[in-house]
Ligand binder design. Sequence first.
Ligand code: 5RP
Length: 223
Amino acid sequence: MTQDELKTLVGQAALHYVVPGEIVGVGTGSTVNKFIDALASIKDQVKGAVSSSEASTARLKALGIPVFDANDVGELAVYIDGADEIDGRGYMVKGGGAALTREKIVAAQSRLFVCIADESKLVQTLGQFPLPVEVIPMSANQLVRQFAALGGKAAIRQKDGQPLVTDNGQYILDVTGLQIADPLAFETQVSQWPGVVTVGVFAHQKAGVCLLGGAAGVKTVTY
Ligand code: 5RP
């Protein structure tokens, strides 16, 4: 099976976690796009979605799925999103699509995080994928130095020769060279640095379930 087919498979499998009559939290990325497409097939059974990015909002609306403001709804039963890396404890690195801040907000608003991913995302230790960190632009160079002190090399993410600007009007640093052995402690530490909006380690908002696509089909891992 191709990676695209695996994404379709886990996107469809995630429908099992959607609670009829409720609002579902929806992440961002190519795997989530498959979930959104699958969700459209049962759209009459859900009230709508809270979305984690402008891109997902546009896709949801184009398929006729109502999108609610996070502030207008209470706790959500489930949040469905992809990951750039996931370890054996359900800790993740996210933000490859630059949507990490809203992703963490909707994840925090939800009782269960269901991660949908193909097996290539499974790692022993987080840090092989460049760690995305959303930052206030004026803090970028100071934060580059702070990551260097931890052994990381941070660079401002570019788009068309300019710093990429997120849905929230901020920059993304991508940090290579880190081995994140203690994701909870790392997330707590970096989240406190002035200028950090959101660090892409999802340890406090880890996955409760991962639907992992591989040669043998979809494996359900519970943490
Ligand atoms: C976006 C994310 C995505 O969940 C992550 O990048 C995985 O994306 P994809 O499903 O395209 O591999 O965190 O900010």
